[in-house]
Design a protein around this ligand. Structure first.
Ligand SMILES: Cc1cc2nc3c(=O)[nH]c(=O)nc-3n(C[C@H](O)[C@H](O)[C@H](O)COP(=O)(O)O)c2cc1C
Length: 406
C-alpha cells in the first residue's frame, strides 16, 4: 500500500488535525463559492443519491426469485457501457426479452462503426444471463448478425430449465450491484499476482474472444503511450472532442433528469475537487485538459497491467457482443477479487476514426504491433490494479424507461 493510501486508511474515523483544518477551510470556501443552498442544489452532498441512482439501490429488492424477467432487467441496466450512453431498448412479452440497439444513443464520431455500442449490449446480455442462472432459469438465445440496419440485436426466451453450461460463471452475479469503473490512481506498490491474472483469463469461453495481458514494464509503456497519444488526438479532433463531451453531465439537474452520461463523481477525484467542479462549471477545453492530465499523470502510470480483448472479425457484431460479455465478467470478477478496472478505449476510438475518414492508419498499425495479439484485431483495452480509493456509482435509467411497448 502506498503512503497516501495508508494515510487515508489510518485517518478513517479519526480526522488528523491537518485533515480537519483542510476540511474546515475547504468547507468554508465551498460555502462562500456556492452558498449553502447552492451546494445542495448542485449535488455537492448528494453523491449517489436521487432518481438517477435508484437502479443501484433497488437492485436487491428486485431480485425476487420467480420474478424474471424483471430481476434480469434490474441487473442488465447496471452493466458497463460506453460513455454511460446505455444504448439499449427492450421489449418484454411474457418470458421473452427482445433487445434492440438505441441508435439515438450512438456516440457519433467516437463510435462510427458501433463497436462500443455492441460491446455495451454484450455487457447488458451478460448481466441478464447471470441473473437468469442465479435464479435457476435457462434460456434460448438468438443473436442477430447484421449491421446497424438491423436494430433487433437479440432475443432471449427464458425457461425454468437451468442450463448446465452457464453455471461456472454464476458466482459473479453477487458483484452486479457493487461493480463500478474506477478512474482514480491504483496502488503502484502492489502488482497484480500472475495467479489472479490467470483466474481472470479463465473467464474466456472456449472459442470466443481472447484476452491478453501486458504486464512487463516495456509493454505497459508501449500501451500507455498509445492511450495518451490517442487521448491527445481525440482532443485535437474538434468533432470527436465535441461528440465525447456531449455525454458529460455537468449540471446535477440534467444528470438527475437524463440519468446517463459521464459525471464528475465518477472521475475518481476526492470530495473537494468534485465539490468545486460541481459549484464552478468549467469550459469544454478545461474538461479536456483535465481528462488528458488524469490519463497521462494518474491512470496510465499507476496501472499495474493493461489488458486487451481481441476478436477474429470485428465486423461480425456477434463477436463484439461476446467481447462485451467477457468484459462484464472480467469486471465483476475483479470486483470480487478487490481489484479495480477501467476501460481505456481511446486508441480504438482513433482506429475507428482513421477508418471512417480514410486517414493514415497510425494507431491501427501501432496496435497491430503490440506483443501477444496473435494477429487478431484488438477491440478493447483496459487497465487493472489495486484501488487507492473507492469508485462511485454512475447514473442509470430505470428498467421502465428502457422498455418499448407494442
Ligand atoms: C465499450 C466500452 C468502452 C468504454 N470506454 C471507456 C473509456 O475509454 N474510458 C473510461 O474511463 N471508461 C470507459 N468505459 C466505462 C464506461 O464509461 C462505464 O461503464 C460507464 O460510464 C458506466 O459506469 P460504471 O461502469 O461505473 O457503471 C467503457 C465501457 C465500455 C463497455
Amino acid at each position: 500500500m502506498t503512503k497516501k493510501a495508508a494515510n487515508e486508511k489510518e485517518s478513517t474515523g479519526h480526522l488528523s488535525r491537518r485533515s480537519f483544518l483542510k476540511a474546515v477551510a475547504g468547507g468554508g470556501i465551498l460555502l462562500a463559492g456556492g452558498g449553502l443552498w447552492g451546494t445542495f442544489q448542485r449535488g455537492v452532498f448528494s453523491t449517489g443519491k436521487g432518481p438517477a441512482y435508484t437502479g443501484w439501490k433497488e437492485w436487491a429488492a428486485r431480485q425476487t426469485a420467480g420474478r424474471q424477467p424483471e430481476s434480469g432487467l434490474a441487473s442488465a441496466i447496471l452493466a458497463s457501457n460506453a460513455h454511460n450512453t446505455q444504448p439499449w431498448l427492450v421489449s418484454v412479452k411474457g418470458d421473452t426479452i427482445d433487445l434492440y440497439m438505441d441508435l439515438s444513443r450512438n456516440i457519433g464520431s467516437i463510435d462510427p462503426f458501433y463497436r462500443e455500442m455492441y460491446i455495451s449490449l454484450g455487457c447488458f446480455l451478460e448481466n441478464l444471463h447471470l441473473t437468469a442462472t442465479a435464479q435457476g432459469y435457462g434460456w434460448r438465445e438468438t443473436l442477430h448478425a447484421g449491421d446497424f440496419r438491423q436494430v433487433h440485436v437479440a432475443r432471449l426466451e427464458l425457461s425454468d430449465r437451468p442450463l448446465d453450461a452457464a453455471s461456472h460463471h454464476a458466482a459473479l452475479y453477487d458483484a452486479i450491484p457493487t461493480r463500478h469503473t474506477n478512474r482514480g490512481a491504483y496502488d503502484t506498490g502492489r502488482p497484480v499476482d500472475e495467479r489472479l491474472l490467470r483466474e481472470l483469463s479463465a473467464l474466456q469461453d472456449g472459442s470466443g474472444p481472447r484476452l491478453h495481458w501486458w504486464t512487463a514494464e516495456a509493454h505497459r509503456q508501449q500501451v500507455g503511450r498509445l492511450v495518451i497519444q490517442a487521448t491527445e488526438a481525440i482532443i485535437a479532433d474538434e468533432v470527436q472532442a465535441r461528440d465525447s463531451h456531449r455525454w458529460y453531465r455537468e449540471s446535477w439537474d440534467e444528470l438527475q433528469l437524463r440519468k446517463d452520461g459521464t459525471t464528475l463523481d465518477a472521475t475518481g477525484n476526492g470530495f473537494l475537487i468534485r465539490a468545486f467542479g460541481k459549484l464552478i462549471p468549467v469550459s469544454e477545453q478545461t474538461a479536456h485538459d483535465y481528462w488528458l492530465a488524469s490519463t497521462r499523470d494518474v491512470q496510465v502510470p499507476t496501472a499495474a497491467a493493461f489488458g486487451g480483448i481481441t476478436v477474429p472479425d470485428p465486423s461480425d457484431r456477434r463477436q463484439l457482443l461476446a467481447a462485451g460479455r467477457l468484459w462484464q465478467r472480467l469486471h465483476l470478477s475483479a470486483e470480487q477479487l478487490g481489484l479495480a478496472m477501467q476501460p481505456l478505449n481511446q486508441p480504438h476510438e482513433r482506429i475507428d476514426r482513421e477508418r471512417q475518414l480514410g486517414l493514415s492508419p497510425g494507431f491501427s498499425e501501432a496496435y497491430s504491433q503490440l506483443p501477444g495479439l496473435s494477429g487478431q484485431p484488438c477491440i478493447f483495452t483496459f487497465r487493472i490494479g489495486y484501488p487507492e480509493s473507492v469508485a462511485l456509482p454512475s447514473p442509470r435509467r430505470g428498467m421502465e424507461e428502457i422498455q418499448v411497448h407494442g
